[in-house]
Design a protein around this ligand. Structure first.
Ligand code: 9Z3
Length: 319
């Protein structure tokens, strides 16, 4: 298979991340624990990949992704009873804490000073109008952590992301139909091969660099056909031109023969997606009003995907 040899070359070109062995052990223990509990396990990839321009990376090429789709979907899959491996770009949105942006974090609390100068006796409470929201998020967070249902794995570079994806897929694929992949990360299509990348920081005194990018080998077909051939796999298609979106999403499904492509347009991605399978095309949408009242598109997207996954498991059991 062409892709297999090119994907192998890609991996041979870069060393694995330092903590790969440790991460694989964590993933194995997590999958074992949750499969004993008979849970479905989903790998959610989230955020953008950084493409290093120097091996001792000072500069890198990045993209727009905030990680909100992945972080929000993680919460809804946990609520639906799934165990979640959350493979995310470091410092992008994370489940639970995303509800409390850093710059407003301290506004959640009230400080009541004690009488006199005894600062150790001062009391901190949560503002009345914030406590319901905080309690709701805390409840879900505690439920996920006390049941060991969430494993978070951060990555930074494209290379590290792909190493983690491959290793986790090998482990998760063993759950066969009970495993799901939600590939929401915005993964770079281009990279700089190691023999074209300087080791040290590029010097501005040498003038503007000429950077030649190469295409990243397509990993999706390798994942679908080799790493996790029996899993339920959902990829995302992102476009900026609405005329291309559905055509390209359907083409991806026809080419790779996996279960679902979720199609979205960059600017509309919080409001609308189209869920495409071999025999269906479902538009999911939320209104401005619903968004204003705190509803999220990921809530209905995850419900739809859970139902499709259930049907997939049932049909495999009947074969
Ligand atoms: C997506 O399409 C995600 O929905 C977004 C979510 C990245 C748009 P945010 O992180 O945004 O919440 O800000 N992800 C996949 C994008 C992608 O690169 N897809 C490839 C393509 O379209 C296929 S793997 O060709």
């Amino acid at each position: 298979m062409m892709q297999t040899s090119t994907s192998r070359h890609f991996f041979e070109d870069f060393p694995p991340p330092d903590d790969l062995k440790h991460t694989i052990r964590d993933a194995e223990a997590f999958v074992k624990l949750n499969s004993v509990k008979n849970k479905n396990v989903v790998l959610i990839t989230s955020g953008g990949t950084a493409v290093p321009m120097e091996s001792r990376t000072v500069r890198f090429i990045d993209n727009f992704s905030t990680g909100t789709r992945g972080a929000a979907s993680t919460e809804y899959f946990l609520a639906a009873g799934y165990a979640v491996i959350f493979l995310h770009r470091a410092r992008s949105a994370k489940p639970f804490v995303r509800h409390f942006p850093e710059e407003k974090l301290l506004d959640l609390f009230v400080l009541k000073e004690a009488e006199g100068n005894d600062t150790s006796a001062s009391a901190i409470t949560v503002k009345q109008d914030e406590s319901t929201r905080l309690a709701r998020v805390l409840r879900s967070y505690h439920s996920a952590s006390s049941t060991n249902s969430l494993l978070s794995i951060p990555f930074f570079s494209l290379q590290d992301y792909l190493y983690f994806l491959k290793s986790i897929s090998d482990v998760l694929g063993q759950l066969r139909q009970k495993s799901m992949f939600l590939l929401a990360a915005a993964v770079s299509d281009f990279y700089i091969p190691s023999d074209e990348m300087p080791e040290h920081k590029m010097q501005s005194s040498e003038g503007p660099p000429e950077v030649r990018l190469s295409s990243v080998p397509k990993m999706l077909p390798v994942l679908i056909h080799r790493w996790a051939p029996e899993a339920f796999i959902i990829s995302f298609k992102l476009e900026t031109d609405p005329k291309l979106l559905l055509l390209k999403a359907r083409k991806a499904l026809d080419t790779y023969q996996h279960e679902v492509v979720v199609a979205n347009i960059l600017e509309e991605r919080r409001k609308k997606v189209v869920v495409i399978t071999a025999d269906s095309e479902t538009q999911l949408e939320i209104s401005e009003e619903q968004r204003g009242s705190g509803q999220e598109l990921e809530d209905i997207l995850v419900q739809d995907l859970v139902a499709k996954h259930e049907a997939f498991i049932q049909s495999a059991a009947g074969r």
